[in-house]
Design a protein around this ligand. Structure first.
Ligand SMILES: C[S@@+](CC[C@H](N)C(=O)[O-])C[C@H]1O[C@@H](n2cnc3c(N)ncnc32)[C@H](O)[C@@H]1O
Length: 270
């Protein structure tokens, strides 16, 4: 472990476990709960933004399965919770294969635990800022066939890569590795909702100081840029709850600020 990895490892909370707390999960510790509460003090509706994001992810997976996708690479997959990608994909197409990737060892351990006995899904620990380590990983290569279309999922994770060069570069590298016919789903915290303010600074400072993954929002045009070179499917990049809504989605009042929170879109590589 180098110096900066050691410093990161000593940070008490993680983004994965804080997100689990927002969603009402149980795989979080006191440090995560305290850090998450400090963020919720600033943005109480973040719990609903998390649910809207999670529902988008589910709809995007179902859409991809309907389009014939039978293998998924879920990067920044988080801690298993309601509506896991392999459950959704394999319910619709039992032969579907899923590889989960996360930087958080707890997320990976919990994923492996629930995947025990499931030969068509696995989880690996990797840092997406180094996509080549994901693409070369033995488990990824064993489970996914890079000659067949893949569904790449980047849900609520790119905002943990605030440096543009790294974020756009890693998406390009992952997309370049996928064969034609593949899809990519992206959701991202919206800077139109989380505008620079004392509240925003206080919330982002929690991630900066207490986790190893600083966070920052991006605008709609910034999120659209992730799809450069591939076709955005209808309705393009829209608010998370407006992307092909379906029965059972979290209910949102029109004037509710949480409606604006996360940008979401799906692209198709021809
Ligand atoms: C907000 S959660 C999203 C979980 C899931 N994708 C969803 O949308 O429900 C973000 C996840 O990204 C992971 N993450 C953050 N930075 C990462 C990195 N550099 N490489 C891999 N995973 C990362 C965190 O550990 C966390 O589990």
């Amino acid at each position: 472990m180098n110096g900066s990895e050691q410093a990161s490892a000593q940070k008490p909370a993680t983004a994965a476990r804080m997100y689990d707390y927002y969603l009402g999960g149980f795989h979080n510790f006191r440090a995560d709960q305290e850090a998450a509460e400090r963020v919720l003090d600033q943005f109480p509706h973040l719990t609903s933004v998390a649910r809207v994001n999670r529902a988008f992810l589910g709809r995007a997976v179902r859409y991809m399965v309907d389009c014939g996708i039978r293998q998924f690479l879920d990067v920044g997959s988080g801690i298993p919770t309601a509506g896991n990608v392999h459950e959704i994909a394999q319910a619709a197409a039992p032969e579907a294969r899923v590889t989960y990737v996360d930087i958080d060892p707890v997320a990976v351990a919990e994923s492996l635990e629930i995947l025990e006995g499931n030969g068509r899904a696995t989880a690996i620990r990797a840092d997406m800022r180094h996509p080549e380590t994901i693409l070369a990983h033995k488990s990824v290569r064993e489970l996914l066939d890079f000659d067949q279309p893949i569904g790449l999922l980047l849900a609520a994770v790119l905002h943990f890569v605030p440096e543009d060069d790294t974020a756009y570069g890693l998406v390009r590298q992952l997309l370049d590795a996928l064969p034609p016919g593949s899809y990519m789903a992206v959701s991202h915290i919206a800077s139109e909702s989380f505008v620079p303010s004392d509240r925003y600074s206080a919330a982002t400072a929690v991630y900066q100081q207490q986790t190893s993954t600083p966070v920052d929002s991006r605008s709609k045009p910034d999120v659209e840029r992730f799809f450069a070179g591939i076709d955005l499917v209808e309705p393009g990049v829209v608010w998370g709850n407006e992307w092909r809504p379906a029965p059972g989605d979290p209910e949102i009042k029109d004037d509710d600020p949480l409606k604006k929170g996360v940008w979401a879109g799906v692209g198709h590589k021809r």
